[in-house]
Design a protein. Structure first.
Length: 278
């Protein structure tokens, strides 16, 4: 619901720029567009083009098949309903995916022993547990505008950090345009609803980032409930050693606030806190 709300705000914000004389058509079309997720090939298109995943090779399928039956049995799900795709990434866990698609990173697939790979897949599968697949697809579809807005905010932040002069110039130009539109709305609009919508770029990013971190922690807890908690901790420590990161100090506070994934330290401490006393 929060993702849908902020997406609705984003689309309404764009509709306000277009002009509510015709902008409401954009909002209606966006709401009706959710019907496309019930078309079966759309899920594959989302995996391939939005998440940039690829289908596994024959060798990769054999590697996944060696652990998938035991995992699906422990999770109490029908494993044949899900398809595992590959994400080209050096992270331990893949990006959470909706529907029947589960992603695993190339780092986990090629570097982890079978028991650890099973634990990583348990975490990725846990993102799908506790809800209906069609609802997760619909939820993701309606979250796309908010996710795009969040990506834009992060891109501006990286630009300011990489090239301060250019970044400040671009943000200054956007700020002037934004304030001009906001001033026009305050002048010519009788209600306060539209001006409040224009304040969402300052409010939504940290809230949506927090929701992403919360989702990862929930998936860890679900996987731990299946008995994979200690193994996931081992995976995270192994990933940290291989990439020579300082556990819990991967970024500054501002970056952590805007990140959709929790730090390794937070994940490890939470999982260790779930471990039964000796």
């Amino acid at each position: 619901m929060p993702w849908f709300f902020w997406s609705f705000v984003t689309v309404s914000w764009i509709a306000g720029i277009v002009g509510f004389g015709y902008g409401w058509i954009l909002v209606v079309l966006w709401i009706l567009s959710g019907a496309v997720v019930f078309i079966k090939p759309v899920e594959e298109l989302i995996a391939r083009y939005l998440f940039r995943l690829r289908q596994p090779t024959l060798v990769e399928e054999q590697r996944i098949a060696s652990v998938w039956p035991q995992l699906s049995s422990r999770a109490g799900v029908d494993g044949s309903k899900y398809s595992v795709w590959i994400q080209e990434s050096e992270d331990a866990n893949a990006t959470p995916t909706p529907g029947h698609t589960i992603a695993v990173t190339t780092w986990s697939l090629y570097n982890l022993p079978a028991a650890h790979l099973e634990a990583v897949l348990a975490h990725d599968l846990s993102h799908h547990l506790g809800g209906r697949t069609w609802l997760s697809l619909l939820s993701f579809w309606y979250s796309i505008p908010a996710r795009c807005a969040l990506i834009g905010v992060r891109a501006l932040g990286r630009l300011m950090k990489a090239v301060p002069a250019v970044g400040c110039l671009v943000i200054g130009f956007l700020t002037l345009g934004y304030l001009g539109i906001l001033l026009a709305v305050l002048t010519f609009d009788d209600s306060l609803m539209l001006p409040l919508l224009f304040l969402t770029p300052f409010i939504a990013p940290p809230i949506l980032a927090w929701l992403g971190r919360r989702e990862v922690m929930q998936a860890d807890r679900r996987a731990a409930a299946m008995g994979y908690g200690p193994t996931i901790v081992q995976v995270l420590y192994g990933w940290q050693v291989q990439h020579q990161n300082m556990l819990g100090r991967e970024a500054n506070r501002r970056s952590q606030l805007m990140s959709s994934t929790p730090s390794l330290g937070d994940r490890v401490r939470a999982l260790e806190g779930l471990a039964p006393p000796a």
